[in-house]
Design a binder for this molecule. Sequence first.
Ligand SMILES: [Zn+2]
Length: 239
Amino acid sequence: MVQLRALLFSALSAPVALAALNEPCYGSGGVAGVCVTTAACSASGGTTISGACPADASDVKCCSKTSCANGASGNCRWTSDCAGTTVSNQCPGPAQMKCCSSSATGFGGYSAPAVPAVGACKAVAVSGANAVVAAWPGRVRQIYCTRDCACPGTSDHCCGKAIDFMCSDAGGVPTSSGRQIAEWIMNNRASLNLKYVIWGQRIWSPTVDSVMAWTSWRSMEDRGDITQNHWDHVHASFN
Ligand SMILES: [Zn+2]
């Protein structure tokens, strides 16, 4: 009875869940990982690290598996990031986490995306888009700038001053690719006239934050899916 009461109390008083179960994270050494329970991770033969998922406290940790049965260099990664062949049912997390035969990152490989002309999409955003696409050839699949909303609105997209750099094989498909692009945007904040940048449920702003690795950026709430948690695109807002 005491146990039940304690259980009920903890369930009722639990804060809004931040854990983005089955969404990406970076495991030890920055390898591809997925946020799952520690039990699910060990059952799949993976290893966990703490502090790499939005809410580790609820027993959800970043799980990675760098050795699996698909060639000598087989490792678990998001299928969008696999340069080789994949095998299912070898890895922790959802179906998009597969055993990949290649040790190469497999990021990108896309033809240059169309960048909008200056107009509804403002010049600062257009030049930011061009700069990122030039610095990361093949890594950006698609560019989005404006959105159908009045300026000022809830998003800088409403004013044509934000860019979404889609960097996985399709919208809603997770990737580990965006971290390097997001950190590059931070490092080039001055020339880009950057307002803030978001990747993987973390945000960085030059007016608030010092330059640091993405892993130390401010964390954001769980918005519910891969796209809204920025695991398929880097968002950059410009001044
Ligand atoms: Zn955006």
